[in-house]
Design a protein around this ligand. Structure first.
Ligand SMILES: [Ca+2]
Ligand SMILES: [Ca+2]
Ligand SMILES: [Ca+2]
Ligand SMILES: [Ca+2]
Length: 310
């Protein structure tokens, strides 16, 4: 499914380039409302699903029960993730023409647009200290990684490669950002300092490697890779060493994400006919399906602050 993201980026890139050459950028500042204390809220999984006709943002309990729709918009509402205190969800939506970032309370109220760029803005990731949101944008034509201050709303461009640069993921200490880039010929996992310096690749395989996510202790990165013929879930040390395959399904496995205590990994798989969300132990054992509907259930992210299922 990372390939679908890339395809989507490429398609929108073409459209934006044709319609909005030299597109200007205007950013709306955001009220700083994120508390930095650990969440006392029960653990939830946020995800996107088109089970009701078009992509919307949902939350469910960590055992898959009580799925609840938070958005109700004919547009594509995608790529949700949590604020560090679990009280807010940031996501992207094309409800106002091209994809922009939006934030809402964790119950779906107060949906507020964050970006006003004429290029698509995608795949947000909230910094661990709550002050910034990293994201992917086509505002400068080519997909690049940006980081935007919550206080000032001013984005800073972090990548400058002619290839695809997307899917930023913060290290738990906030000092580094992992991301995906094809700057060296095919999709690899890269890491950089949070200011964009020292961009280096962690993977170097001919197949696509994408969608990095740091373990809560910062020691490992889980990712999706096609290095063995079909997309599966892998984990490696944070320095790129010891890549290890975790899933071996007959279908595609992608979009991995850690539980807040690092003991579990969420992922999406098509093994049962359409994209569903699964959970497994961090060593790849005990794979369990959490969703069961004909729609595309994707982008699962575990809420911060609580390890217990509600
Ligand atoms: Ca929608
Ligand atoms: Ca680029
Ligand atoms: Ca690769
Ligand atoms: Ca499904």
């Amino acid at each position: 499914m990372n390939r679908l993201v890339v395809g989507r980026l490429a398609i929108i890139l073409s459209i934006i380039t044709i319609i909005f050459p030299g597109a200007c950028v205007q950013i709306q500042s955001v009220e700083p409302e994120v508390a930095l204390l650990p969440s006392k809220l029960p653990a939830r999984i946020v995800f996107s699903s088109d089970r009701d006709g078009n992509p919307e943002i949902y939350v469910m309990n960590t055992d898959g029960t009580n799925p609840t729709c938070l958005t109700n918009n004919p547009a594509n509402d995608w790529h949700p993730t949590w604020s560090p205190d679990g009280t807010k969800i940031v996501f992207d939506s094309d409800r106002d023409a091209d994809p922009e970032l939006y934030v809402m309370n964790a119950d779906g109220t107060r949906q507020t647009r964050l970006t006003h760029s004429l290029g698509g803005d995608f795949l947000p990731a909230w910094s661990p200290d709550g002050t910034s949101i990293a994201f992917t944008s086509e505002r400068d034509v080519n997909p690049e990684i940006y980081v935007m201050s919550i206080l000032q709303g001013t984005p800073t461009r972090l990548s400058y490669s002619p290839g695809l640069d997307f899917c930023p993921a913060w290290s738990p200490d906030g000092t580094r950002i992992a991301f995906t880039s094809d700057r060296d010929g095919n999709l690899e996992i890269y890491v950089m300092n949070a200011d964009g310096s020292r961009q280096t690749n962690l993977t170097n395989f001919s197949g696509s490697d994408s969608r990095p996510a740091w373990s809560p202790d910062g020691n490992r990165i889980v990712f999706a890779s096609i290095r063995n013929g079909k997309e599966q879930i892998y984990v490696m040390n944070a320095d790129g060493s010891n890549p290890t395959r975790l899933t071996d399904s007959p279908a595609l496995d992608f979009y991995p994400a850690w539980s807040v205590d690092g003991s579990k990994i969420l992922f999406v798989s098509t093994r049962d006919g359409n994209p569903e969300i699964y959970i497994m132990d961090a060593d790849g054992s005990n794979e369990t399906r959490l969703t069961n509907d004909p729609g595309h259930d994707e982008h699962p992210v575990w809420s911060p602050g609580s390890a217990e299922a509600s």
